[in-house]
Design a protein around this ligand. Structure first.
Ligand SMILES: *Cc1c(COP(=O)(O)O)cnc(C)c1O
Length: 363
């Protein structure tokens, strides 16, 4: 039972690849023979510098990030980015556009409103956050300093299937729950950020990919620990970074390479999601998907049952069968299966079997 693993559908912190955990265990007491754990070595040591470089290069290779973008590792979660972005790029005056597709974009907007002026250029709130706008629907303000959107709304399970094109307006994207799940066109973005604990590592570290020209517009008198420029100039280490988190990210990148990179992950993620959506669609309404079909997330599959009582029973029985973490976010209820990169197809198949069986027994 010591190494017993269950199917973990948690939205984050979330499942990590078993080979990554095994590698970390193998290197736990003595990192590559240095006699110390990664957690015990100086962030200024040559060993850690190599780990940081490997994590950066791993992300750069996987996403094919051009050289005019910096890759930074910050702390404070994706939530700190909600504040840092407007502090760096809005507080000096002007206005920013926000696209609202769910709870996380609402939270990002609320923090920006504390710093300066914002405009909501699109919101799907009235429909209950079941959809995302098409590129054609979006009208950017001519003077917008940037446009912010969330490429995958983790709570509602809606995802953009395209890289938003700002047509000259710098695009800032919260990709916390779908970064590295598929190939994207990085050059469409001025800044991409992601808390690591969904798809790329443990909690406590945030990846920021920022284009040099945006970086240069950050004010010079910013509080230094909230200043992107300071992180860029000091190679993500103006202070002690989350060394362990960065180490795990480097191992996850190695694992993704070994899996064939993002094209191969995208294919697998599509297959996994398709299995679950097919189970929902073929259930004669026993399961009702939350998102509209065109906006269905490949990462977070959200659905409802006829009553809250039945949803509770579903999650309890699933848990007893080794299918953990299916309860929807407390703010919206329902059921949510988070099936990130590291989540195995066998777990999706097991859930589909359980869903069919549960429906047969309860309808
Ligand atoms: C989880 C999540 C966040 C918040 O992340 P923290 O690291 O907890 O601050 C923000 N945005 C999205 C899309 C998320 O999924």
């Amino acid at each position: 039972m010591l190494n017993h693993r269950i199917y973990n559908f948690s939205s984050g912190p979330a499942v990590l690849p078993v080979p990554v955990l095994e590698k970390a265990r193998e290197e736990m007491l003595s990192y590559r023979g240095c006699g110390m754990s990664v957690m015990e070595i100086s962030h200024r040591s040559s060993q850690f510098e190599a780990i940081l470089e490997s994590a950066k290069q791993g992300i750069r290779d996987l996403l094919q990030i051009p050289n005019n973008y910096q890759i930074l590792f910050l702390q404070g979660g994706a939530s700190l980015q909600f504040s840092m972005i407007p502090m760096n790029f809005l507080a000096g005056g002007g206005s920013a556009d926000y696209v609202i597709t769910g709870t996380w974009s609402e939270k990002a907007l609320a923090e920006a409103d504390r710093c300066g002026s914002t405009r909501i250029i699109s919101t799907k709130k009235d429909g209950g956050y079941k959809a995302v706008p098409t590129q054609e629907e979006l009208r950017f303000s001519p003077d917008a300093l940037y446009v912010h959107y969330v490429s995958n709304e983790t709570i509602h399970g809606v995802e953009f299937t395209y890289d938003l094109d700002g047509h000259g307006t710098p695009v800032i994207c919260d990709a916390s729950s779908n970064i590295l799940s598929k190939a994207i066109d990085v050059e469409k973005y001025a800044l991409i950020y992601a808390g690591a604990q969904k798809n790329i590592g443990p909690s406590g570290v945030t990846v920021v990919i920022i284009r040099d020209d945006l970086l240069e517009t950050a004010p010079k008198n910013q509080q230094s620990i909230l200043d992107y420029r300071n992180f860029a100039e000091h190679g993500s280490m103006p202070n002690t970074p989350n060394t362990w988190g960065i180490y795990i990210i480097s191992l996850v990148c190695d694992w993704l390479h070994a899996q064939g990179g993002l094209a191969s992950m995208e294919k697998r993620n599509k297959e996994k999601a398709a299995l679950l959506y097919a189970a929902i669609d073929s259930s004669d309404g026993f399961y009702a998907g939350h998102a509209e079909r065109q906006a269905r997330s490949q990462m977070n599959v959200t659905f409802r049952l006829a009553s809250e009582g039945l949803e509770r029973k579903f999650c309890e029985e699933a848990d007893a069968n080794g299918l953990n973490g299916l309860k929807g976010h407390r703010s919206v209820g329902g059921v949510r299966a988070s099936i990130y990169n590291a989540f195995p197809k066998s777990g999706v198949e097991t859930l589909v079997d359980f869903m069919n069986d549960f429906a047969a027994r309860n309808s």
